[in-house]
Ligand binder design. Sequence first.
Ligand SMILES: *[C@@H]1O[C@H](CO)[C@@H](O)[C@H](O)[C@H]1NC(C)=O
Length: 125
Amino acid sequence: MTTVQILSALVAVATFTLCVQGHPEYIALIPNGLNLVDPCNPNITAHGVGHINPDGAGPLNPFGMDFVAECRKWTQELCQKDSDGDGLTNGQELGDPDCVWSIGLTPALSTGLSHPGVNEKTVQC
Ligand SMILES: *[C@@H]1O[C@H](CO)[C@@H](O)[C@H](O)[C@H]1NC(C)=O
C-alpha cells in the first residue's frame, strides 16, 4: 500500500466511526424530522426519512445517501439539493425553503411537507 492508500483507509475508518452510528436520533437533525408521513400512507409517520423502509432500518434512499455524504448534517448543500429528483429541493420538502434551519430551531413551515427521499410523482405504493 502507498502512503496515500493508507491515509485513505484511515480516513474511511475515522469517518465510519465518527459519522455512522445509530438511527432514530438523526431525525432531530433535519427540519421537521419528526413530522413527516409515509408518502404511501399519511397515517404512518416516516420514522426513517433516510431509509427506504418507513420504519427506519435497512437500505438508504437517495436523501439518506446525501445525508450520510454530508456527515449527517443539515448543510446548505443538502438543503438545496433535490435528492429524490421530484423537482423540489430537500429544504422545500422539509419546510425549510430558505435553508436557514439549524438544530433546535422551529422550521419555517410545518405544513405542506413532503418526503425528501421519495419522488411522490413516480413512487409505486
Ligand atoms: C388512514 O386512517 C383513516 C382513519 O382511520 C382511514 O379511514 C384510512 O383508510 C387510512 N388510510 C390508509 C391509507 O390506511
